[in-house]
Design a protein. Structure first.
Length: 218
């Protein structure tokens, strides 16, 4: 954890599997990829390729236009209960709420707009649509293109800026960044890792649990 003097709270929240019940990237790839994207996922999970490389090679397999994909995510996305309550809590307390995701920014913003949320900071993979597929890239907080460590780059940036960072996440990709936070709210593989490594964290089933946990933090 960074030793910079803390000024106020920032909630860094994952999106896929944390705000949503399922990984939207995987739903899109299952529905539209024209080749075996799960082979690439296996390589990523084995540490053979970076998340940037995975997205580059997997999303180029999707040739549909943005309008088609937007319709799909509006129909398929299911949010965990308590999201609006969490946003309202952060606004009431003056806490900065930021989504930092390895997913694609276009569908995150589409889903948020669909539920009437238009004023959240979102940092995620940028997407460019074309007949030859979706081209993706990650741009870090310093404006540099990244292949890996996207979430970690942002939490380090927020810590240097003097925030007490509270991390909310679910996946293996959240582990390295969550370990840097002042407090962790975890579910899924992230929770299993925290319990295995005896890291202090608060489990959650939905985002109402996160609000209740935030209210108990000193």
């Amino acid at each position: 954890m960074d030793s910079t003097k803390v000024t106020k709270d920032l909630i860094q929240c994952d999106f896929d599997g944390t705000i949503t019940e399922e990984d939207i990237s995987f739903l899109l790839l299952d529905a539209f990829a024209n080749s075996d994207w799960r082979r690439l996922l296996a390589e990523h999970k084995e540490g053979k390729i970076s998340v940037g490389c995975f997205n580059t090679r997997a999303f180029i397999m999707i040739k549909q236009n943005k309008q088609t994909l937007d319709r799909f995510v509006r129909e398929k996305a299911r949010l965990r209960a308590g999201f609006h309550k969490l946003l309202a809590y952060c606004q009431q307390k003056g806490s900065r709420f930021v989504i930092v995701s390895n997913g694609l920014g276009f569908y995150i913003k589409t889903i948020l707009e669909t539920i009437g949320v238009n004023n959240i900071e979102v940092y995620a993979a940028q997407a460019r649509f074309g007949s030859d597929g979706i081209k993706t890239q990650y741009i870090g907080p310093e404006g540099v293109k990244l292949q890996d460590g996207f979430k970690e780059a942002y939490i380090r940036h927020f810590l240097r800026s003097g925030y007490r960072v509270i991390y909310v996440g679910d996946g293996a990709s959240d582990i390295s960044s969550a370990r840097l936070a002042h407090h962790i709210f975890a579910t899924g593989p992230l929770l299993a890792h925290c319990q295995k490594m005896n890291l202090n964290c608060t489990p959650f089933a939905d985002l109402n649990d996160v609000v209740r946990g935030l209210e108990l933090l000193p």
